[in-house]
Unconditional design. Sequence first.
Length: 236
Amino acid sequence: MSERILIVEDEPSLQETLVYSLKKEGYVTEAVGDGRSALESARRMKPDLIVLDIMLPEMDGFEVARILRREMTTSILMLTARDDEIDRVVGLEVGADDYLTKPFSMRELLARVKAQLRRTRLLREEMGQTGNTEPKHETLKFENLTVNLTRREVTLDNSPIQLKPKEYELLLFLAEHRGQMLSREFILERVWGWGYIGDSRTVDVHIRWLRQKIEKDPANPVRIVTVRGGGYRFEG
Ligand code: CA
């Protein structure tokens, strides 16, 4: 079955170009031009990926992402108007998976789209969600830290901790590779789906956020340790 992409872009010519290019690649697309319609379409269509502009009428892309993140795990590729660090960080905080700065080439967009969809497929396979809805293990336990895979819930000393969607995915990925040195690039590819082009600072930012939530002393981490010149290792 063709993968479905929801395009949210209010500029008619860019919207048209996006639809044309993605259809040509064989994707099923739907396009809307404002935030409210984006929510409606996403709920009805349940797309595999959402290409989401930030500056939109009615409700901006950040708000759309924030709301949708509570309802679905669909990948979100954000389009930002300027190469603005703030936009990028806010985008990642509200749960965007990747971002692209305007102007971009269609070739670049297609590469990002493919990387995201590939990541989603890998993740589904790893989670055993292909037809079989039961995850491989129900819970992962590391002393006082528990990850409940069925409920997507993380507890520390038996109290639930609030993780952003990407923090949860990152923790899960680290936990599943306990004791292994994971390079930033590898983490980026598997958790964000960037691989070839990604910005490894994104990994560092999320590791920092995670440490603040699961480490006793985030400045001297013992669960997620930094491997010099390499990446990170989850010790449990
Ligand atoms: Ca716009």
